[in-house]
Design a binder for this molecule. Structure first.
Ligand code: FES
Length: 125
């Protein structure tokens, strides 16, 4: 992970560089190496970010199956809406958090200071 130069991008201090847009094919995800980790997804209408850790247990959602705006956890097959973090299928019963994403010069940035929803927010400093 690399902190970004806010003078260069115009983004605030909570934003971190994730990866070039070309590194994430449609319906795949990239893990941003922060604690707790964040998954950046490329879906049909753009790039989105959520907590990478499934709210059911400790599986990485970036390693799951992605289709039509949802991600399916590979461990027990819970499904989450990538845009909202809402649970779409059990066994998970808690949503995952989401983060704002912006693209600057073909680089994906995530605002870690704007975590929305879920219990993992309590772990982020
Ligand atoms: S760890 Fe994701 S559904 Fe169980």
């Amino acid at each position: 992970m690399t902190s970004i130069d806010t003078d260069e991008t115009g983004l605030g201090p909570g934003w971190v560089r994730a990866c070039p847009t070309s590194d994430i094919d449609i319906d795949t995800a990239f893990i941003v190496d922060v604690k707790p980790p964040v998954a950046v997804y490329h879906i049909e209408d753009g790039f989105y970010a959520t907590d990478d850790t499934c709210s059911h247990a400790e599986s990485s959602l970036a390693d799951g199956y992605i289709e039509e705006g949802w991600v399916e956890c590979e461990l027990h097959y819970a499904k989450f809406n990538i845009k909202t973090g809402a649970v779409m299928a059990p066994p998970a019963n808690r949503p995952i958090g989401t983060y704002p994403v912006q693209i600057v010069d073909d680089i994906v940035y995530v605002d870690l200071s704007e975590h929305r929803g879920c219990a993992i927010a309590a772990l982020r400093p």
